[in-house]
Design a protein around this ligand. Sequence first.
Ligand code: NAP
Length: 281
Amino acid sequence: MSDTVLITGSSSGYGEATAKLFAARGWNVVATMRNPADGKALAALKNVIVNRLDVQDRKSIDLAITEGIDRFGRIDAVVNNAGYGLLSVFEAAPREAIQKNFDVNVLGAMDVMRAILPHFRANRSGTIIVMSTAAGAVGVAGESLYCASKFALEGFSEAVSYELEGLGIKIKIIEPGSAPGTGFTARAQRERAGFVIPDDYKAFTRHAAQLYAEILRSADSGAIDKVVESIFAAATDGTDQLRYVPNEDARQVLAARRDSSEEAYMALMRNFNRPQLETAK
Ligand code: NAP
């Protein structure tokens, strides 16, 4: 019997590419998304079903999991991929926008995990793959709120892995770099539309926009494929490796964070952000 994966946020980007890769490699796929009409191409693939799942709607989470188990007999892996970037100057972001970002990126992932755990505990087996980002371990100028949600997700995922490992359940954290070609940037622009940024931040936002463009420019070629391959490896390699860093840009900055002294790391990052500090004067 083939293994089965359930993926959140499969309408585009990494989620859609992950669904295609697992299906191509013989897995059963429960491709979930907020609007199943966005999944017609996936639904046409062998052994793929498309179910509605909004991570802000717990009933839809329970239903998608139940339907997946009914259709394929069991679920072996969950990819907690749904998420988006709230990329804004902190002061300009209304509390409601921050709350929504945490609801999707953090509590949504927790709710999916909570819903699948009884099934995984009963099987004494299961893998939960969490989509973080390099910005889940490194503070990036202009991304304070996104970093906050992904740092929270990483801290939670690392800590909960200890309480689940004795039950045969693995947690895997993916830390991609930047990937032009998903819906991420357009969604981030939509989410911050209408935010009123105090004039004092003009120099900062100009510089943060330059940094963001530079980050996209330095993306790995084939970044999406590398991320998706690392998700597949996390589901299948049988190891207890917690973190996967599929892209070179992320590897560099995370190596600086993890392998350097605090002083060396902060010197590097301040230097990276210095043009913003100078123009802000
Ligand atoms: P994307 O193309 O915008 O995909 C995001 C997916 O999340 C979409 O399918 C979206 O569905 C879904 N989603 C958003 N809110 C949801 C909700 N309430 N319930 C269910 N699904 C929801 O962007 P992506 O780059 O593939 O992002 C996927 C994940 O990778 C995110 O967690 C992101 O933080 C992470 N990531 C991205 C990058 C990057 O540079 N692209 C880098 C590192 C990490 P709708 O179509 O319905 O909105």
